[in-house]
Design a protein around this ligand. Structure first.
Ligand code: NAD
Ligand code: WQD
Length: 345
């Protein structure tokens, strides 16, 4: 049975980031209390104000760097134990991780290690971890379910997700923790208010922000990486999932961990829609739904990209009671609304 105590306190690391901020809103709307933690290395303090503005609820924000062990322990020492922790804080640029692997291991693995230690010392025993479909590598079959064998990571970033899952599993095994890992497919879109969304710093790596920036004229044209994949139109296929659907899944995951009868102390769930779209389908949807042009041209395949992956999300539906409900139109419309709001800031 789910305990619906509105005073349950959840720590959201990476809470001013893209997924963290949307999840904070969803948690607040579900009646939970939220504390945001971030070092602001890839986000801004004003995002926390937007979370307050949308939810109409008070939110504590702490500027803390997870790799600063002393600072983190000081922070936990000043807080009551948290009922749950959702751990988003990480660096996520695949290319940067190839160029500077130690930065990624120090931040993503060192940060998690400090967090697990602080949670153990403070008696905070429930964790939701942001994992990624990148752990499946180039899968032998699609859709992928959670039992699909993991492949060697294609980048140090991907490797941090795989190692992190193993670290958490080991900590669960000694009875110090109950945890859920959520393997996200490709999160896109923005909050319907256009007050929150993705804030790529510099040139975007990911498809959707690049499309939006091209449509508004910040980028001259989109390069479509590869037109010779074994897919119907030759471009690569991914499972794009609306950010607010993704955020809702975290509320379900926390409720499952907080529920008295939560069956397994360590569980993994895919978070995707179960449907794949090609790069060209994404461009076409963006243009058609938003009535804008996205200049593009073909370019060679991007190193490390796989031809096609999409999720089997059945386990999340069965056990979390979660299913993605927003469609491609919602995704591209909200991404465009957010891009225009950013332009007018
Ligand atoms: P994001 O960069 O917007 O958010 C991450 C936040 O963590 C940022 O605000 C950053 O300032 C903060 N942070 C980083 N290192 C920190 C540290 N040492 N201490 C404190 N704060 C720190 O990224 P996002 O897209 O919201 O991703 C959130 C999580 O989801 C990450 O773990 C990412 O790897 C994972 N993920 C993201 C995607 C995606 O496509 N966006 C896909 C799969 C998994
Ligand atoms: C999607 C498709 C590109 C940009 C990455 C990470 C993964 C996960 C999600 C965190 C691909 C194509 C892209 C462009 C293009 N993140 N593309 N032109 O590569 O599926 O996954 O983000 O865990 O780990 O690797 O997402 O948005 O970069 O690309 O043609 O300018 O769009 O080749 O087929 P990807 P993406």
């Amino acid at each position: 049975m789910i305990r619906k105590n509105p005073m349950k306190r959840i720590l959201v690391t990476g809470g001013t980031g893209y997924i963290g901020s949307h999840t904070a809103v969803a948690l607040l709307e579900a009646g939970l209390e939220v504390v945001l933690l971030d070092n602001l290395s890839n986000s801004y303090r004003w995002v926390a104000d937007r979370v307050v503005q949308i939810s109409g609820r008070q939110v504590q924000f702490a500027e803390v760097d997870l790799i600063n062990r002393e600072q983190l322990h000081g922070f936990f020492g000043r807080q009551e134990p948290f009922d749950g922790v959702i751990h988003f804080a990480a660096l996520k640029a695949v290319g940067e991780s190839v160029e500077n692997p130690l930065l990624y291991y120090r931040n993503n693995i060192g940060g998690l290690m400090n967090l697990l230690e602080a949670m153990q010392l403070s008696g905070s025993g429930n964790l939701v971890f942001s994992s990624s479909c990148t752990v499946y590598g180039n899968p032998e079959q699609v859709p992928v379910d959670e039992a699909c064998p993991l492949q060697p990571a294609m980048s140090p970033y991907g490797n941090t997700k795989r190692i992190a899952e193993e670290m958490i599993r080991d900590q669960v095994q000694v009875g110090k923790l109950r945890a859920v890992a959520l393997r996200y497919f490709n999160p896109v879109g923005a909050h319907p208010s256009a007050l929150l969304g993705e804030l790529p710093m510099g040139i975007p790596n990911n498809l959707m922000p690049f499309i939006a920036q091209t449509a508004i004229g910040i980028r001259e044209r989109l390069l479509v990486f590869g037109n010779d994949y074994p897919t119907p139109d030759g471009t690569a296929i991914r499972d794009y999932i609306h950010i607010t659907d993704l955020a809702d899944a975290h509320v379900k995951a926390i409720h499952r961990l907080l529920s008295v009868e939560s069956p397994e102390p360590w569980e993994i769930f895919n978070l995707g829609t179960g449907k794949g779209y090609s790069v060209l389908e994404m461009i076409n949807a963006f243009e058609t739904v938003n009535g804008v042009k996205v200049p593009w041209q073909y370019a060679p395949r991007r190193q490390g990209d796989i031809p096609a992956i999409w999720a089997n999300p059945a386990k999340a539906q069965q056990l979390l009671g979660w299913k993605a409900t927003r469609n491609l139109t919602d995704m591209v419309a909200s991404a465009w609304k957010w891009q225009m709001a950013l332009q007018n800031r």
